[in-house]
Design a protein around this ligand. Structure first.
Ligand SMILES: *Cc1c(COP(=O)(O)O)cnc(C)c1O
Length: 351
C-alpha cells in the first residue's frame, strides 16, 4: 500500500480464478455460459463497426434499449444500461442506500465489499438452517434490501409471492432483486413493477446471454429509479458501455431462439448432473441457476475442490463455517459434466 492510499480498510472482492491455460482445464468456477454468444451477436461485429471505435458510443443506445424493453414488456424509460451488473450494484450502494443496506449472510460476496467501498452501514441476516430466506426476518429493517434471486451460491429461488411480501413490509424501503441467474428456471420480478415503485431489478448479460467478457448489465425499475440510476451513471462514466458490446448485446437480446435453446440445455445438464451426484451420495440443493451447490460425501468442500483441481477441473468453494462442506459447480456442456462425474467417481474411490 502506498502512503497515498486513503481507503486503508478496503477488502476487495476475490473473483474466481481466471487461469491462462483455460483451454487445458474444465472451467466450472465462475458461472460463465458454456456456449458461445448468439451467432447473431457475433455477426453484428465486422470491420466497419470496429473502425467506428474511434467514435464514442451512442448515449441513448436505442437498439439495445429497445431490445431489452421488448423482451421484458417495459418502457425504455424504465431501463438504465451499465458496464455490468456489478456496476449497477456499485451505483445502487453508492446512491440508493439512504438507510444502509440489508442482505443475507450467504449471498453474492460483492455486497459487503461495496458497503466498505462507499461507507454504507449494513446488516447481514442469516439464512435459515436449510439455506432458505425467511422474509419475516427482514421486517422492520430500514436499509435497502438486496436479494439475489435465485441466490448464490445456494441456487435456491425465492418465489415472487415472497418478494411481494418483502415489498409490502415497508413501501418506503427499496428492495433490489439481483436476477443474474433468473433465466435458468426462476421467475422474474419485472411484472411486480406495475404494482410497486420500491422495486429495482438488476440483470446481466454475463450468464444466460454468454457475454461475460463483453461487460453488460442493466436495471429495470420505475421511471424515477431508472432516472436516478442515469444520474449516478452520468456523474461517473456516461459512456460506460462500449460500441461493440452494445451491438452484440442488442442481438443477444433479440435472438430469443438461441437464448431459449442454450438456457434449456444448461437446465437439462443441471438436472442430469444433480441426479448423478445424488446417486453418488452428494447433498445437492434444489438449484434454479446455472450452477449446483453440492457437498461431497465424506470430504470437505476444500478437499473435493483440490481433488478436482488435480484432475484439471476447476470449481469454487467458499471457506465459511456454514458452507465449508460444499462446492459450487458451474454447469458446463454435457461432455464437461461427464468429465466431472468421472473424476468424482475416481475421487470417491479414495475416500
Ligand atoms: C455474476 C453476478 C453478477 C455480476 O454480473 P456482471 O454483469 O458480470 O458484473 C451480479 N450478481 C450476481 C449474483 C452474480 O452472480
Amino acid at each position: 500500500m502506498s502512503r497515498f492510499f486513503k481507503l486503508t480498510e478496503l477488502e476487495p472482492y476475490v473473483p474466481g480464478e481466471q487461469p491462462a491455460n483455460v483451454d487445458q482445464l474444465i472451467k466450472l468456477n465462475t458461472n460463465e455460459n458454456p456456449y458461445p454468444p448468439s451467432p447473431r451477436a457475433l455477426a453484428a461485429i465486422n470491420e466497419e463497426e470496429l473502425k467506428k471505435l474511434r467514435l464514442y458510443p451512442s448515449l441513448d443506445a436505442k437498439g439495445l434499449m429497445e431490445a431489452i424493453a421488448v423482451h421484458y414488456g417495459v418502457s425504455t424509460r424504465q431501463i438504465c444500461i451499465c458496464n455490468s451488473s456489478d456496476e449497477t450494484l456499485a451505483f445502487m450502494y453508492h446512491g440508493l442506500c439512504p438507510e444502509g443496506a440489508v442482505f443475507a449472510d450467504l449471498t453474492y460476496g460483492f455486497y459487503p465489499v461495496f458497503c466498505h467501498m462507499f461507507g454504507i452501514p449494513y446488516e447481514e441476516i442469516p439464512l435459515r438452517e436449510d439455506f432458505t430466506l425467511a422474509v419475516e426476518d427482514y421486517a422492520g429493517k430500514k436499509g435497502t434490501v438486496f436479494i439475489t434471486n435465485p441466490n448464490a451460491p445456494t441456487g435456491l429461488f425465492l418465489p415472487l409471492s415472497e418478494i411481494r411480501r418483502l415489498l409490502e413490509q415497508d413501501p418506503n424501503r427499496l428492495v433490489v432483486v439481483d436476477e443474474a441467474y433468473i433465466d435458468f428456471g426462476g421467475e422474474t420480478a419485472v411484472p411486480l413493477l406495475k404494482e410497486y415503485d420500491n422495486l429495482l431489478i438488476t440483470q446481466t448479460f454475463s450468464k444466460s446471454r454468454a457475454l461475460a467478457g463483453g461487460r453488460l448489465g442493466f436495471v429495470i425499475g420505475s421511471e424515477e429509479l431508472a432516472n436516478d440510476m442515469n444520474t449516478l451513471k452520468y456523474s461517473f462514466n456516461p459512456y460506460n458501455v462500449n460500441r461493440v458490446t452494445m451491438l452484440m448485446g442488442e442481438q443477444a437480446m433479440r435472438d430469443e431462439d438461441y437464448f431459449n435453446k442454450t438456457r434449456t440445455a444448461v437446465m437439462e445438464n443441471r438436472e442430469w448432473t444433480r441426479q448423478q451426484l445424488c446417486e453418488l451420495g452428494f447433498t445437492v440443493t434444489d438449484s434454479r441457476s446455472n450452477f449446483l451447490f453440492a457437498a461431497a460425501p465424506g470430504m470437505s468442500g476444500k478437499e473435493y475442490y483440490a481433488a478436482l483441481r488435480d484432475r484439471g477441473i476447476l470449481v469454487r468453494y467458499f471457506d465459511k463455517p456454514r458452507t465449508k462442506a460444499y462446492c459450487r459447480i458451474t454447469i458446463g456442456t454435457r461432455e464437461q459434466m461427464e468429465a466431472l462425474l468421472e473424476a468424482t467417481r475416481d475421487i470417491l474411490k479414495g475416500v
